[in-house]
Write a protein that binds this ligand. Structure first.
Ligand SMILES: NC(=O)c1ccc[n+]([C@@H]2O[C@H](COP(=O)([O-])OP(=O)(O)OC[C@H]3O[C@@H](n4cnc5c(N)ncnc54)[C@H](O)[C@@H]3O)[C@@H](O)[C@H]2O)c1
Ligand SMILES: [Zn+2]
Ligand SMILES: [Zn+2]
Length: 378
């Protein structure tokens, strides 16, 4: 089969690899119909996540079940399914409590919880930017979708970014009527803003500097804040009579940067501590890493970030962090798509073939104007 393979910093290739196959009785093999490029893939693409050469990338997958193992009883050949990016066993302590993102069985590395397809440090699993994908514990992990092809570009957001954006808002402790500040208008930030609107936010501010992404913020009936035009905290304070917001969502990650592109891993955390009210909450779904050999400072190389923890404490704020447990939300979000309340496909900018993946990666990585979300159609 053909697959997108990591070949070194800013180098990916579409190569012929062995077909995905059933390895355990609880596996299924999926024929991929849509697989997306994610901002998380860019950390690897930029050589900042220690992924091994030869890894097949891709954790935002959906398709049709091609084959199931002898122990799979619920899912059947021909079913149309969404594949959560988390791989989870369904029976460990974390899975039992709904935290499939911290499954204690699937990652073979001692001390590491949670796994994903085609991702650095998230287990030995191949990604789905390919013609076929092996799915472990298929009965537990797969979400069934209505047959046919309707809503394909909406349902493809169920594997990661829609549940992740939703989770960011939930982690913040959001209540209906709250004012929200979302940092980052990439796919995850846009999904957080869409989620906050659906949940009944009053004002939603979304911070970024790319005009194409800020235009999408306006389409969501949210307020775009351009951080290249001035301090985003001041802009939001001015717009709220100095009150700030009730909650905030971090959808940028440790490669946060100033308008000129210089990285400051503490920058967005500091902005959130300042803009969220005292005793307000912050949901962090942008990724931060335990070590980053490519970072600019010695502290950041060890994953240590000098942020305003003292202000955070003094202001009595709360923070939730981590990978999103997709299964906690994807069934309900699927139904909101079917029923017409949610339309996450609004951010799709490009649909291209697998062979064009290198172009998709390059343009999305450069945040080229108009490249907001790239879908691959193997
Ligand atoms: N927790 C999870 O489960 C999960 C899942 C998917 C993605 N992620 C992470 O979420 C983050 C965002 O992903 P994405 O796909 O939207 O990626 P993206 O890189 O396309 O979006 C990030 C956006 O942040 C903006 N940005 C940079 N510095 C900023 C600053 N100082 N202030 C405001 N905005 C700033 C960039 O301009 C960009 O538009 C990444 O770190 C990704 O790895 C986490
Ligand atoms: Zn993703
Ligand atoms: Zn588990």
């Amino acid at each position: 089969m053909r697959a997108v393979v990591y070949r070194g910093t800013k180098k990916i290739a579409v190569e012929e690899v062995p077909d995905a196959s059933i390895q355990e009785a609880t596996d299924a093999v999926i024929r991929i119909t849509t697989t997306n490029i994610c901002g998380s893939d860019l950390h690897m693409y930029e050589g900042r996540a220690g992924v091994e050469e030869g890894k097949i990338l891709g954790h935002e997958n959906m398709g049709i079940v091609e084959e199931v193992g002898a122990g799979v009883t619920r899912v059947k050949k021909g079913d149309r399914v969404s594949v959560p990016f988390n791989i989870a066993c369904g029976t460990c302590r974390s899975c039992n409590q709904g935290w499939t993102s911290f499954c204690e069985r699937v990652n073979p590395v001692e001390g590491m919880q949670g796994s994903a397809y085609g991702y650095a440090n998230m287990g030995p699993y191949d990604g789905g930017q390919a013609e076929y994908l092996r799915v472990p514990y298929a009965d537990f992990n797969l979400l069934e979708l209505p047959e046919g092809t309707e809503h394909e570009n909406d349902f493809t957001m169920l594997s990661d970014i829609f549940p992740t954006g939703w989770h960011g808002v939930v982690l913040s402790g959001f209540q209906p009527g709250d004012r929200v500040a979302v940092f980052g208008a990439g796919p995850v930030g846009l999904m957080a803003a869409h989620s906050a609107r659906i949940m009944g936010a009053s004002d939603v501010f979304v911070v970024d500097q790319h005009s194409d992404r800020l235009d999408l913020v306006k389409q969501l009936d949210c307020m775009p804040i351009d951080f290249s035009a001035g301090d985003p905290v001041e802009q939001i304070m001015d717009a709220t009579q100095g009150l700030g917001t009730d909650v905030g969502v971090e959808a940028v990650g440790w490669q946060a940067h100033d308008p000129s592109g210089d990285e400051h891993p503490e920058m967005v955390l500091d902005n959130l501590v300042q803009v969220v009210k005292v005793h307000g909450g912050i949901g962090v779904v942008g990724v931060y890493v335990p070590e980053d050999p490519g970072a600019g400072s010695d502290l950041a190389k060890e994953g240590r970030i000098a942020w305003r923890y003292g202000d955070f404490f003094t202001r009595g704020q709360r923070m939730g962090t981590g990978q999103a447990p997709v299964k906690r939300y994807n069934r309900q979000l699927r139904d909101l798509i079917i029923q017409g309340t949610a339309k996450p496909s609004f951010l799709v900018s490009h649909e291209i073939g697998l062979d064009e993946a290198p172009t998709g990666y390059k343009n999305f990585d450069e945040r080229d104007n108009g490249w907001t979300k790239v879908l691959l159609k193997p």
